[in-house]
Write a protein that binds this ligand. Structure first.
Ligand SMILES: CCCCCCCCC/C=C/C(=O)SCCNC(=O)CCNC(=O)[C@H](O)C(C)(C)COP(=O)(O)OP(=O)(O)OC[C@H]1O[C@@H](n2cnc3c(N)ncnc32)[C@H](O)[C@@H]1OP(=O)(O)O
Length: 301
C-alpha cells in the first residue's frame, strides 16, 4: 500500500489551498507505474488529480471530469492553475497529461459552454481556453500527452500543446473536427497542427474537420507513438525519463525559441481572438449547428 503525502512540499500546500482535498486523495496508480518506485506526492481537486514523483520530478496530471473530460470553465481553471503551480515548483521537471478515465482522453470544449450563452460569457470562456493553452504550450517542463482514449478538438489542442504524444492503439480518434460544428479553429491552434503534420495535410484536415483513428494519426505524425492502452502511462514515463537525460536549461531554452513567436502572437492578438470567438460562436447559424451537433451526440445512444 503506497503512502501518499498530501502536503509534502510548497507546491502541494498551495494546491491544498486552491483545491480542497476531496475523497479521491488516494490516487490510483497503475501497478506497473515506474513512479511506484519513487517518493510520491499527490493532491487532488475534483476535476484534476495530480501526483508527483519527488525523486525524478515527474508530475502526472489526470483529468477527472466525467463522463468525457469536456473542458468546461472549472476544468480549464484547474488545469491552468495546476500547470502554473508545477511550473513554479523548482523540483518539477516534467508533466504527463492524461485522463483518469481510460477510453476518453478529452472530448474537447464543453459544447454546453458555447450553447445559448451571452457574448460576454463565451468571451470570458474563450479567454480561459487561451490562458490554459498559454500555460501549457509555454511551459519550461517536458510535457508529454499520454492519450489514453479519444481526443477530438480541444482534446487534440491539449495534446498538440505538449512536446510529445503517446496514444493508445485501437478504436480511438484524434483530430480537429471544429468545422463539423460550424466552428473555425483559431490561428494558434491551426498553426500547431501545421507544425505537427505539415501544411498540406493540416490544411486538408482542418477544412474537413477530420478525426483520425490512432494508426492514421501516427502515420501523419499527429501522434509520435502508439502503444496498448494499458501501457500508455508506463511508456510515457519511460519516454519522459529519456527526455530528462538532456540538460533542462538547454532543452527549455530551445523549446522557448521555437514556441515564442506563436505565444507572442496570441498574447498580442488576445482581445481580437476573443472578439472573433464571441462573434462567431453566438451567430444564429452557428448556434443552430451546435444544437444539431448536441442532438446528434444524444441520438447516438
Ligand atoms: C475563431 C472563431 C471560432 C473559434 C471556435 C474554435 C473552437 C476551437 C477549439 C475547440 C473546439 C471544441 O473542442 S468543440 C468540441 C468538439 N468535441 C467533439 O466533437 C466531441 C464530441 N464527443 C464525442 O465524440 C464522444 O462523446 C466521445 C468523446 C468520442 C466519447 O464517446 P462516448 O461514447 O464515450 O461518450 P458519449 O456517450 O458520446 O458522451 C457522454 C456524454 O457526454 C456528452 N458529451 C460528449 N462530448 C461532449 C462535449 N464536447 N461537450 C459537452 N458534452 C459532451 C454527450 O452528449 C453525452 O451526454 P449524455 O447523453 O447527456 O450522457
Amino acid at each position: 500500500m503506497a503512502t501518499f503525502i498530501a502536503s509534502g512540499g510548497r507546491v502541494w500546500r498551495k494546491f491544498v489551498k486552491t483545491f480542497p482535498l476531496g475523497s479521491n486523495l488516494s490516487l490510483k496508480r497503475s501497478p506497473t507505474s515506474a513512479l511506484a518506485n519513487g517518493r510520491l506526492s499527490s493532491t487532488s481537486s475534483e476535476n484534476v488529480l495530480v501526483s508527483k514523483d519527488e525523486k525524478s520530478g515527474i508530475a502526472t496530471v489526470r483529468m477527472n471530469n466525467p463522463p468525457v473530460n469536456s473542458l468546461n470553465t472549472a476544468l480549464l481553471l484547474s488545469l491552468r492553475s495546476c500547470f502554473e503551480e508545477l511550473e513554479k515548483d523548482k523540483s518539477c521537471r516534467a508533466l504527463i497529461l492524461t485522463s483518469n478515465k481510460p477510453k476518453v482522453f478529452c472530448a474537447g470544449l464543453d459544447i454546453l459552454e458555447l450553447y445559448q450563452k451571452s457574448p460576454d460569457y463565451v468571451g470570458q470562456f474563450w479567454e480561459k481556453v487561451q490562458d490554459m493553452w498559454l500555460s501549457l504550450y509555454g511551459s519550461r517542463l517536458v510535457t508529454m500527452a499520454a492519450i489514453n482514449g479519444h481526443s477530438p478538438a480541444g482534446g487534440c489542442l491539449l495534446s498538440l500543446a505538449c512536446d510529445y504524444r503517446i496514444m493508445a492503439e485501437g478504436n480511438f480518434v484524434i483530430g480537429l473536427n471544429e468545422t463539423q460544428l460550424d466552428l473555425v479553429a483559431p490561428f494558434w491552434l491551426r498553426q500547431m497542427m501545421v507544425d505537427a503534420i505539415g501544411y498540406r495535410q493540416a490544411e486538408m484536415a482542418l477544412m474537413v474537420g477530420a478525426l483520425y483513428p490512432s494508426n492514421k494519426a501516427l502515420q501523419l505524425g499527429l501522434v509520435d507513438k502508439l502503444v496498448p492502452i494499458e501501457d500508455v502511462q508506463t511508456v510515457a514515463e519511460e519516454e519522459v525519463k529519456n527526455w530528462l537525460k538532456i540538460p533542462d536549461q538547454a532543452r527549455a531554452i530551445t523549446k522557448m525559441a521555437s514556441r515564442k513567436p506563436l505565444l507572442d502572437e496570441l498574447r498580442k492578438r488576445k482581445q481580437e481572438d476573443i472578439q472573433t470567438f464571441r462573434d462567431e460562436t453566438t451567430r444564429e447559424s452557428v448556434q443552430l449547428s451546435i444544437q444539431q451537433y448536441l442532438d446528434k451526440l444524444k441520438a447516438k445512444k
